[in-house]
Every structure is written in C-alpha cells, then in structure tokens.
Design a protein around this ligand. Structure first.
Ligand SMILES: Cc1cc2nc3c(=O)[nH]c(=O)nc-3n(C[C@H](O)[C@H](O)[C@H](O)COP(=O)(O)OP(=O)(O)OC[C@H]3O[C@@H](n4cnc5c(N)ncnc54)[C@H](O)[C@@H]3O)c2cc1C
Length: 477
C-alpha cells in the first residue's frame, strides 16, 4: 500500500506529460499500447473501473472446469499493419490457431441450420414463396438501401413480404422492440442482411450478380468460392482463454513503461482553453488530482463520459431500458457433434433468451480434454429475470445441447455489466446527441474510441480501425 501511495504521488506530481486512456477493453488496450509505442517518452496511464483489464475479452476461471471466455471472440486481421502487428503480435505465430473462416449456424423455426448462419427460406413451408422470391429479386434490381429504421431497411433489401413476415419478427424477438423502432444497426448485429433462398446449383450462377450476393447466401458456407471470401484471416489462441491473451498484451505494455490503474475512474475532467489540463481520478475509493494531462482517450462508453463532462445534459436524455446480458458457461456430458464445425449458432426463435451459442472446440481445436464446453449468450429484460435459469435449461433441451438436466456437468450463469447494446432509435439517437454535445465542447485533446464511439461501431475490427485513425491525429498534439 505504501509503495502504491508513493508511486501515485510521484506520478501525480511528475512534470512528464501524461495521456490517460480510460476503459481497458480492446479499444483502450490497443490505444494505450499504440500511444506508448509511438511515443515512448509519454506517460500513458490505462485506467479501468473494474478490478482487472480486458473488458469483453476477459475470461472466467472455475476451479474444476477451467477457462471460459466472457464472449468468445475471433481476432481478425484488419489488413492494416499498424493494427495487426500490435493486436496479433501479442502472441507468437505458433501460439495462434488460424480458424478456417467464420463458420456460423442458426437455430430458427425449431431447426438447427448448420449450412449457413443466414435464415434458410427453403425450410419454411408456404405457398406464398413465389411472391416472396419475386419481391426479393425486384428489391435487388431497385437496390434502395437508404433507410431510416430497421423495418425500412428490411423492406428495401428483401421486399415487403419477406421483411414483414420473416425477418422483422425475428429482430423484434431479439431486441424486444418493434422493427420500425429499431435502428438499422440492429440488422448488422445479427446475420440478417442475407437469406438462403435457392439451392447450390442455381446459386452458382446467381452469385455472379453483386446485387444478389449482397442479399442471398449460398446454402452451404463451406462451398463459398475463394473469390467471394474475406481475405482477412481469423485467429484464436491455441491455449484456451482470451484472458491469457489480455495478460500477454498488458505485460508488453507494462514492459514498455506504461501504467495500468484498475479500480479507478475519472470523476472530473478539468478544461482550460479547450484543453483538458488535469483530471480528478478516484482510485480505490480515494480521489486525487492529476496535473500535466496532455490528453484523454476515452474507451469506456460515451454515456459515462457524458455524465462526467455534462451531468445536467445527460440527465435530460431519454434511453430505452438496456438489454441485460449474461453468459452461461456449461460443460455437457452429451457430445457437441450435432454442431459439426460451427463456431457459433444464433438462436432466433421467438421467446428464447439464448441469443447465441458458442462451441469452444471449434475455436480452439487444440484443446483436447475440454471437448464439451459451450457458452450461451443471453439477452433479457430486467422483468424476465425470475425463472431465467429454468428457462435457459428448457431452451438448451429444445436446441439439442442437452437431452435433460443430468447431461449438465457444469452450469454457471454470469451477469455482465456491458455487452450487446439495445439498438433502438431512441437509444441510438441519444448516443448521437451525446456525441454532438461532446464535439460542441471542442476539446482538442480528447478522443473517443470503442463500441458506439461512432454510429454502427461495434465489431472489433471496425473499432480498431476507427481508433487508429483518431490516435494518429492524437499522437501529434
Ligand atoms: C457476448 C459477446 C460476444 C461478442 N462477439 C463478438 C465477435 O465475435 N466479434 C466482434 O467483433 N465483436 C463481438 N462482440 C462485440 C465486441 O466484443 C465489443 O464491441 C468490443 O469488445 C467492445 O470493446 P470496447 O473496448 O469498446 O469495450 P469493452 O470491452 O466493453 O471495454 C470497456 C471497458 O471500460 C471499462 N469501464 C466502464 N466504465 C468505466 C468507467 N466509468 N471508468 C473506467 N473504466 C470503465 C469497463 O470495465 C471495460 O473494461 C461481442 C460482444 C459480446 C457482449
């Protein structure tokens, strides 16, 4: 403790200019590392309010059942060396498994689709199908993707019948909001921008049209021709657990002379002549002021920043209640062969609280003694909390993960404090108001990175590319 106090005193009073990075998820970790590497003379302090770093890349460790991730993630190349060298350079090449692509499935209408994560229309019995397909092809010809809300996007993209009868009800189930009140971002969070509609043979010709390719998927993703595949490779550590990756990442940062403060948050941002000059930080419940602040890189979510900068403005904002996120980590005695090589399965049937199933062995083929590990990502509203575990068990039985409770060797529900956002028009519009309010303050040495720092920013590769752009500007201040 004494060492900590001495260390803080030295750092607080040092005349070396400091850049604070607030929030130690992937956005904050990358930003802190990049800034330190670009300018070793700067003091870079990465702070997080939780007791450990990593954000959504953390892992859980259980005494008898080992490691599970908070949400198992593939780390993709971005194609930008400055990012890939940092993010993938954390581990040696031989410590990564290169995954054979992004192989996903969907559970919809009581059917487990292993061919494609996109909804397979061929499984839906209706004599209206010729009309649906006619409208779909018409939508492809018109190609109007300018939409104000998720419903409009679906109608423009797939035609009216498919949009209103098949796709919108699924979106509404997952996000518990009418499709017309959802932002177009909702469609991007799910595999909803394509549909499987035709068999392999006709699809081979249809794939020649980019308008069809952007709406219609081939029935078996494994047969996608090389020319249509993403050229960005995906990796997962050979040693199970992104927590180890986070540790290696942050050990490198510390070795370069970076600082990490956990259990810490920023209580006040002091600004003079459009520049942040000092910060009031609360660390382990003690508040103190840090002078000589050269800049602040915010990666802890815009609403939190808004509360610190402008509580009066933030209080007036209108948000829909968030979706609660939980992860259920399970080990089953029933094998997971039913899922073949799928890394994940979206669960899109009405009334389900399971949103996605992750099958560990298909991310981490090298793990040999942990074959039946599965994580379930759960989305629910506060008033759905009662009886949630029983409901999840029943859903697992329906999907075929287990046949009965006795097939479960381990079942642990972990509530998350952050996760998949609820992309309603109201929420996205309030986040935009926050963004506009922050930028109207014209604070020269503040940048915002991470999830929702910009419209539609959610997936890791996009977050990293956005952060790099902002950091380049920031490194020169
Ligand atoms: C279950 C799940 C699965 C996902 N799967 C994928 C996927 O396969 N591919 C993909 O690209 N994306 C995926 N995502 C999305 C992706 O994980 C996130 O968008 C991304 O990790 C967000 O990174 P971040 O750094 O912005 O935020 P986070 O990882 O949430 O980090 C934010 C950090 O800020 C800290 N913090 C919060 N408030 C404060 C405060 N007041 N002061 C200080 N620190 C604070 C938090 O403790 C946290 O450490 C998934 C998300 C979830 C929930």
């Amino acid at each position: 403790m004494l060492f900590l106090i001495i260390y803080l005193r030295i750092l607080m009073n040092s005349t070396t200019e400091k850049i604070f990075v607030c929030g130690a998820g992937i956005a904050g970790m990358f930003s802190a590392y990049y800034l330190k590497k670009s300018n070793p003379n700067l003091d870079i302090v990465l702070i997080d309010k939780s007791d450990s770093v990593g954000g959504l890349l953390k892992s859980f460790q259980y005494e008898n059942y080992g490691i599970f991730d908070v949400g198992i993630h593939t780390l993709y190349q971005t194609g930008i060396d400055q990012i890939d060298e940092v993010v993938l350079g954390v581990l040696e090449q031989e410590e990564w498994s290169e995954l054979p692509g992004d192989i996903g499935g969907t559970y919809v209408n009581g059917i487990l689709q292993t061919g494609s994560p996109y909804i397979d229309l061929r499984n839906i019995e209706t004599n209206e199908k010729p009309i649906w397909l006619g409208e779909l092809l018409e939508a492809a010809v018109v190609e109007n993707d300018e939409s104000d809300n998720a419903l409009e996007y679906l109608v423009n993209h797939f035609g009216n019948s498919l949009a209103t009868k098949v796709m919108a009800p699924i979106l509404e189930k997952v996000f518990k909001t009418k499709a017309s009140e959802l932002n177009t971002m909702a469609v991007k969070l799910l595999p909803m921008n394509r549909i499987v509609a035709f068999d392999d043979l006709p699809m081979q010709d249809l794939m020649l049209s980019s308008k069809i390719r952007s709406r219609v998927a081939i029935p078996n993703q494994r047969n996608l021709k090389e020319e249509y595949k993403s050229n960005k490779k995906g990796f997962y550590p050979k040693k199970l657990g992104l927590g180890f990756y986070v540790k290696a990442f942050m050990d490198d940062f510390l070795k370069m002379g970076g600082h990490i403060w956990t259990n810490s948050q920023i209580a006040k941002i002091n600004i003079s002549s459009n520049e942040i000059c000092s910060l009031n930080v609360i660390k382990n419940n003690e508040e103190f002021t840090v002078e000589n602040v050269k800049g602040l890189c915010w990666g802890a979510g815009l609403p939190v920043l808004s509360w610190v900068l402008d509580p009066g403005f933030t209080k007036e904002l209108n948000f829909d209640p968030p979706l609660k996120n939980a992860i259920v980590n399970v080990v089953t005695s029933k094998n997971v062969d039913r899922f073949k090589d799928l890394q994940y399965v979206y669960v899109l049937d009405g009334g389900y609280s399971i949103f996605r199933v992750a099958i560990y062995k298909n991310y981490c083929p090298n793990m040999d003694n942990e074959l039946n590990k599965i994580s379930l990502e759960i989305l629910y509203l506060k008033d759905e909390e009662e009886g949630l575990e029983d409901k999840i068990l029943q859903e697992m039985i329906n999907i075929g993960i287990v046949d009965c409770k006795n097939d479960l060797s381990f079942f642990q529900l972990e509530k998350l404090t952050a996760g998949v956002p609820r992309p309603t028009q109201k929420n996205i519009s309030s986040i935009r108001d926050i963004r506009n309010n922050i930028s109207a303050k014209k604070i020269n040495n503040l940048i915002c990175v991470g999830s929702l720092a910009e419209d539609n920013l959610y997936f890791q590769s996009d977050i990293l590319k956005d952060a790099l752009k902002k950091l380049k500007h920031f490194a020169n201040i």
